[in-house]
Design a binder for this molecule. Structure first.
Ligand code: FMN
Length: 199
């Protein structure tokens, strides 16, 4: 192998190594920035553009995000109920005291838990709910956690309108749509809540 050929080979190998290292670093930085930006920008949205639908692709992404949550012993006791029937959304809005915004959204996701599969289904389903809210933020959608569990009257309302099996309970109804108006996240950082080693 002559010297010129060896030199060109060396330069090529070094360039490939440099590009692969720098693009890995670039990916890590953008992954960090993207994830933290979604976490710090998430906020409850309660006013929506009623006429603007959420695409099937985005609904699928939201559900996938919910299913990506951690769960105790990996039992995944969650079930996800998508509601886009205008009549049902309006009836639930009328009957649920803290979910009036259902009347203004094109759809909602009810995160439910199988009480037989896990006795602490509500913990796993809470993790799934937060994942859905974060995914909504990432997709420029808005959503808000409206509690069903542990309020018996609210759970009964949801069950009545959705035909849920007996062992399944609704944790939360998440109205989802495009936000109407501007929303800012709250700054909740509070150093007095941090304790190091001992209280
Ligand atoms: C367990 C739980 C129950 C909630 N229930 C309701 C509810 O029924 N209706 C509602 O409008 N918001 C509800 N929220 C949303 C909170 O009001 C909201 O997260 C809180 O005010 C903080 O605001 P942020 O989400 O914009 O950071 C609930 C949140 C949690 C975590």
């Amino acid at each position: 192998m002559n010297k010129k050929y060896l030199f060109i080979s060396l330069i090529t190998v070094c360039s490939i190594a440099f590009i692969s290292c720098s693009s890995k670093e670039g990916n890590q930085i953008s992954k960090r920035d993207a994830a933290l930006s979604v976490i710090f920008n998430r906020k409850s949205v309660r006013n929506f553009i009623k006429e603007r639908p959420v695409s099937d692709e985005d609904v699928q992404t939201l559900i996938k995000a919910g299913m990506a949550a951690p769960s105790g012993k990996d039992t995944r006791p969650w079930e996800f109920l998508i509601i886009n029937d205008r009549e049902v959304l309006d009836k639930m809005a009328a009957e649920l005291p803290t979910a009036k915004m259902l009347a203004e959204v094109p759809m909602a996701i009810v995160v439910c838990g199988d009480t037989i599969r896990s006795s602490y289904w509500y913990l796993d389903c809470s993790a799934a709910t937060e994942n859905i809210l974060l995914a909504a933020e990432a997709l420029d959608l808005g959503g808000v956690w409206t509690a069903s569990y542990p309020y018996r009257d609210r759970m009964e309302t949801v069950i009545k309108h959705t035909n849920m099996p007996a062992q399944v309970l609704p944790l939360v109804v998440i109205p989802i749509g495009y936000p109407k108006g501007n929303y800012s996240p709250k700054d909740k950082y509070d150093s007095s809540k941090i304790h190091m080693n001992k209280w």
